[in-house]
Structure formats: C-alpha cells, structure tokens
Write a protein that binds this ligand. Sequence first.
Ligand SMILES: [Zn+2]
Length: 586
Amino acid sequence: MEIFSRFKCTFCVLIFCLITGNSFAQTPAPFLINETHTFASAFKAYKNMAERYPTKCQFQQIGSSDYGIPVPLFLMNESGLFTAAEIESKNVILINNAIHPGEPCGVDASIKLAQDLLEGGLPKNVIIAIIPIYNVGGAHNRNCCSRANQNGPSEYGFRGNAKNLDLNRDFIKADSKNTLAFYKIFHYLNPSIFIDTHTSNGADYQHTMTLITSQLNKMNPELATYTRDKLNPYLFNKMEEGNYPMVPYVHPLGKTPDDGIIDYLETPRYSTGYTNLFNTISYVTEAHMLKTYEERVKSTYLFLNEMVTYVDNNHVELTEVRNKARKALIEKKEFALNWIQNTTQFDTIPFLGYTAQYKKSKVTGVDRLFYNREMPYKKHIRYFNTYIPTSYVTAPEYYIIPQAWDNIVDLLRANNIPVYQFKNETSLIVEMYEILDYETTQSPYEGHYLHSKIKVNPIKQNVTYRKGDFVVPVKNENIRFIIETLEPHAPDSYFAWNYFDAVLQQKEWFSPYVFEDEAAEMLDTDPGLKTDFELKKAKDTSFANNSFAQLYYLYKKSPNYEQSNNKYPITRLMKSLDPQLLEASY
Ligand SMILES: [Zn+2]
C-alpha cells in the first residue's frame, strides 16, 4: 500500500536555483557552531539532497502536525526502492529529531549524516529513515533561552508543540496530529532500530553522550539479550574509540551520581516506550546540556553513524533475532503491567564525574550544590538497571468494545490493529472489570487528569452484544500494544488517560427520606445483610455516625443501584470465537 506521496516541487527548486545561483553544495557541510537549523533551513537541506540524489532518497510529507503542516520524513536506500517488500527485506533505522526542539543536536547531526552517506556511499542492508523535525510547531516557536540550564545553541525551538503538548508523552493518548503521523511512519517502516535524539538535564559530569536503552526486561528475552550483550557493547566501545565515552543516562539515585544511577522507567507514553512494544530496539540519546553545542552534535553524529555501520554489518543476525522475537511474542500468555525499581540488584560501571561539593549560596544563604570541574574523577558507580514486575495479566483471546466507544477503535486502527465486528446480536460469557480504586492527578498533566494505582476486580458476566460491536483479536504482533492500552490497570491505558471517565460517575441517586423505608425493609427481610450492616457499624465509628453513608451502603445493595457504575466497558473473552460470527471492520 502506498501511503506516502513523494515530495515534488520543481517550481520551488527553480526559484531556489535562481536565488542562490548554485542549488547544491558539492562538499559536505561542516558542523554548525552554536547554531541549529530552523525548520525552513532543515527542510531546504533535505529537499536539496532529494533533488541531488533522486535515485537514492525520498523526501516525504506525512499526515499533518498540530501546526498545520505535515511531519517531514527523509528516506535513504542504496537501491532507491521504498516498497513494502524492500522495507521488509532490509533493516530500517528510524531516527526521530526535535520532539523537544530545544534539544536539536539530532537535527543537525542527521543532516550531516545524510549528506555524508549520500556523498560517501549508502549501506547495502539498511534503510535509513530520518524525521528531520518532529515537533513542527515547537520548532517554529524559536527563542533564545527557554532551556535555562543549557549551553547553546544561540536560538532554538520550544518544548511544547502548537497545542503546548509535550509530544514525548503523547504516544498512547494521541492528542496531537503529530502522533497520528508518527503511527503511519512507524507502522509502514516497522524499524528494527529506533533512536530519539535529546539533550540531557540534571547533573554535571565529563561525558558528552549518555544513552537510554529501552527497558530490556519488557522485551522478548532473546532480543533483550542480543541488545545487552552484542549491540550495546559495540556502541559503547565505538563511542569510546571515537573519544566520546558514553554512559547510561545519568538519572541519579540520590542527589548526585556518586550514589549510583537508575534506569529510566519509560512507559508507552514515551516514544521509546511505544516503539519497544513492537520489538523495535529503541534508544534515547541524551547529549550533555553543558557541553558546547558542536560537541553535542558531533557525539550524536558518531552514535548515529556507528549504528548504521553496525546494522549494515549485522543485518542477517539482527533480522533473525527480531523475527524470532516477533514469533515468540504471539505465543506469550502472561504480561507484566506495572514495575518497580529493583534496588537490590545493580552493575558497576566506570564513570567520569566531577566532584560534588557544597558552598554557601549567595542567593538563599543555605548550602548549595556545585560540581567542581577542577576535581574530575574516574571511578565505578552503581547502575541500577532492572525493574521488578508488580502486576501481571493473562492475555485474553479477544477484547470486545461496545460501539459507543468507537473512538477507541479509531485509535487502534491508527495503530494498524485489525478490528472486527459482530455480524449479529451475540451473547457471550466474558470477563468484565469492576474499577475498585484509583488515584487522579490534582492538576492537569498533558491535557489530562491522569489516573494511576488503578485497582480492578474481574467478574464473569453474560453480556449480549449488538450487531456492529467491535471485536479485537489479541494474539498477533500487536499484542503488547493492545494489552498496554486496553487493560485499564496498565500505567498508560486508555482508561488511565481518561477515555472512560464517563463510567466513573454515578448517574442516579436517591432521596434519603424516601429510601429510608426501603432500606428498613431490606434489613428486615435479609438477615445476612443485617448482620454485615451491624458489623460494619460496630467496627467503623465514622460509618456509625454518618446516616447518609449507612443509607448509601444499603442503596448500593438494592436493585435501584445502576449496574454500569465503575464497570469498565471493554470486556475480555478468554476462548476462541467462531469466525462466522465476525466480519472485518474498516
Ligand atoms: Zn528531551
């Protein structure tokens, strides 16, 4: 299926040639000093490459962004082909830049990488896909200083997009058009490797490049072992050889890295948390904010270039491991949903730090932290790199979605998830979740009041579904995405992101003076209920002193109480269905 339209603008090229007198630079551009491309100049650089090497690359415009113009995508392949079959036969590396436009090292590193590879020769086994600037709106909102603790460049874009969303929290809730464009790009390319380029915050130390490897124990074990034992050691060695010794992202356990660092728990709302769900080995490069901009770009370039070399040289093995992982995933039955940091297990890693010291603050008068660059050190620090699952779920055969919630079906379809519909009214015994408890943020978070610590109780129930209600088969390559979004107690489920808040509000109530008589009759006619009620009063003083609470307790046990309250409407079917009952849904 051809989903991309190839960029063509002969007229624009003509105008550009007339203005510059020389449409294409003949030698690769040097690294920019303390300066980053604007959206327009980055666009022009890729357009020039596409025009100069029309048989090797394509510059495409995908979907839209909240800013109103498409998300650009640049593709390079030695054969010049970008068909589905060609993509399937090679390994794709997808590089995403400027999701946070104030952290643009990857924007400039990628332009130079593309120029150098086109100039010097493309790898045979790799298709390189670059999103030049993902946060289109943020990139157009240029300013001098919104990254308060960052050493240049002199001007850059803003973190929030055109809707003031942090796009690196939007990969599940999909409030932005950018995310919908990303889904198209990602599922068309099915990349083996995904890299999201960033700039760090936090501590000071000697390293220029730090790296987040997507959480390994969420991945297929064979793919995780391959990443940990083969790919990562290669990358760390090559960065060291290139004079940019790299460490895992410095997320200190305590106040400074001296006490050790911990792996970042990236749930599916983050880019790499999302791509990880589809057996894509995923990384976040975090160049250090206090190094010069040129050094940050150079180290990002080195990382990207080494990744291209590795994947090209290890194409067969990487494809094999990934194919095994894709098959194994379909057979997997139990999935961990929530995780906590393992504080007992750690590796030790060499770390090039600066000594943390304290002195009196000129501002507040209390002791303040500073890193003494006159006192660099090399020592081993603890690296806490594992998480322990705290809850599991067994995958059902299907999730069933009543058609009232077709907005969820739209999101699944946007993620290439096959969906079916009942041909006729169908009665089934299914598992339905009762929402027992949850916490909610008190202030808005990324346009939502996110729920967390969600507790559910599964109940078996006979439900009659209407013709047209949706059925989602689970046992396919999308299984992890389906479970992470449709199990309400997963940290980034659609439930957590408020898609089902309507079921959390009781619709009908009672007047105590009217209900009093019915409540009294319930107690008279049901001795078991009366015993429970008296016991609760004896144990719980506030209940015993609150007449409304006592009536509400009985109301919830009466036939008047609505059955839909706190019931999660998407149900789980644990057995296979006769395919004759279903028709494909588009
Ligand atoms: Zn960032």
